[in-house]
Ligand binder design. Structure first.
Ligand code: CTP
Length: 437
């Protein structure tokens, strides 16, 4: 694949040498375009040696090959790292004052991924937030920066994600763009059959299916404290929720991951909100849902919590009876999200998960249909659970039920395969809900 790697003028430019290595070792042909400021951190000779191509940022070099047009046209993927506040601003306003900005403007339907790095204040400044919003609304995938130590003594969100994480996100984006392009092929072909000149459909960019949308996903299992060292928890690993977050991100969405206890790390490029209890998850979910187009409740939420939480460790004592744990019911977050959405007449798709075992009173699908009625969400992803089934495993097998009563859809395979099927189904539901103009 032909990749253009734009490098911005930030200290993290040195890390991009490793990213370049990952791309070339995977067999990709990479042209590096550093900004003028980037060359103050890492010299042109380094980029030339590692990429095996001449490197320039001037539109006046290699003029006979019309570089600024050619690179944008030929690129199959453009990755910009570190995307500084200045670079994001220049890209958002469509400036074309150097070769990298020209290339971005000439990129047409090529997928573009930007990995920001800057100080927290700059990242959280309304000007930067507006620029990121603008770029995302145009289909550019702007990763969330990592959190941690920054250039000075400060720390917070603003670190460049690790090269491996950028590499994974870039490959996922290129894969999603390629499958979107091949899905669009028949329409383009039909157009070509009837119109000798390339019609408007042929010029349509391959916009990822969830580009411009915000998707909130809860994952993992809540922990309900009994005392400062003990809790009531469940077996959820968070793997399915994390796979959904990665799939939604690859489909171009801005993703918020509300993470209760998880055994796996969150994917790069998602906004991470960490929660512990069902009550904390409820607050985070209601807040995040206010500006989300899709909410997926994949977390295993404890239905009950201890009525009293001891302030100090509960000790066993011979002179008093063993303690009894009284439980109170937690709110049903999914049900509440649906109620709030309906009360606000919000255009939002809400997806629940159901873990069922089935018993003498009914099978898994009987219970799931009943749950779908009670929760009133749009889609319910149902899986059969048991001690050796699903929890912590890398594979899953689900049935997707819809409130409109359409045929149950089965999906199975790795948790990534299942996540991709769920995200595809969500994209299909959204495109049915909003017929094209
Ligand atoms: N859920 C929720 N709030 C709760 C319990 C569950 O939002 N207090 C959500 C889960 O995230 C999931 C769906 O509801 O999307 C179904 O979860 P499940 O545990 O299967 O259902 P319950 O409502 O707990 O029903 P039951 O325990 O009776 O099977």
């Amino acid at each position: 694949m032909r990749i253009v790697l734009g490098v911005g003028g930030g200290i993290a430019a040195y890390k991009v040498a490793s990213l370049l290595r990952l791309f070339t070792e995977a067999g990709h042909d990479v042209t590096v375009i550093p900004t003028e400021a980037a060359t103050r951190f890492v010299g042109v000779a380094t980029w030339e040696a590692l990429s095996g191509h001449p490197v320039s940022n001037s539109v006046f070099d290699a003029v006979h090959t019309v570089n600024h047009v050619r690179l944008g046209h030929e690129a199959e993927l453009i990755v910009v790292a570190p995307a500084t506040a200045d670079l994001l601003a220049r890209a958002a306003t469509g400036q074309a004052d150097d070769l990298l900005l020209n290339t971005l403007l000439m990129a047409g339907d090529c997928p573009v991924l930007m990995a920001p790095a800057m100080h927290t204040e700059m990242w959280q400044h309304p000007a930067t937030e507006a620029n990121v919003e603008t770029l995302r609304s145009r289909g550019v995938t702007v990763l969330e920066p990592a959190s941690g130590r920054l250039t000075g003594a400060d720390s917070g969100p603003g670190r460049l994600p690790e090269p491996e994480a950028i590499f994974t996100a870039a490959m996922a984006l290129a894969g999603a763009a390629a499958s979107a392009a091949s899905a669009a092929m028949p329409a383009v072909k039909a157009d070509m059959d009837t119109a000798p000149a390339a019609g408007p459909a042929a010029a349509q960019p391959a916009v990822p299916p969830l580009a411009g949308l915000t998707v909130t996903i809860s994952a993992g299992g809540t922990r309900e404290p009994l005392d400062p060292v003990r809790f009531l928890g469940n077996r959820s690993s968070g793997k399915q929720g994390v796979a959904l977050a990665a799939a939604a991100s690859a489909a171009g969405a801005r993703v918020r991951l509300l993470a209760a206890h998880m055994e796996v790390p969150a994917p790069a490029g998602v906004e991470l909100v960490q929660v512990e209890t069902a009550l904390e998850l409820r607050e985070a979910a209601l807040h995040a849902a206010a500006d989300s187009d899709v909410v997926i409740m994949a977390a295993a939420v404890a239905d009950f919590r201890p009525a009293d939480v001891a302030g100090t460790k509960i000790k066993k004592r011979d002179d008093v009876a063993d303690p009894v744990i009284n439980l109170v019911r937690n709110p049903d977050i999914l049900r509440e999200l649906v109620e709030v959405r309906d009360a606000a007449s919000r255009n939002q798709l809400i997806v629940g998960f159901a873990a069922e075992t089935g018993d003498a009173g009914g099978d898994v699908l009987d219970y799931a249909r009943d749950k779908l009625r009670r929760k009133a969400c749009d889609l319910l992803v149902v899986n059969q659970v048991g001690r050796d089934l699903v929890f912590g495993e890398d594979t899953n097998s689900v049935v997707i039920l819809s409130r409109d009563g359409s045929e149950p859809q089965e999906a199975s395979g790795s948790k990534s395969d299942v996540a991709a099927a769920v995200i595809d189904r969500i994209s299909a539901e959204l495109s049915r809900a909003v017929p094209p103009a």
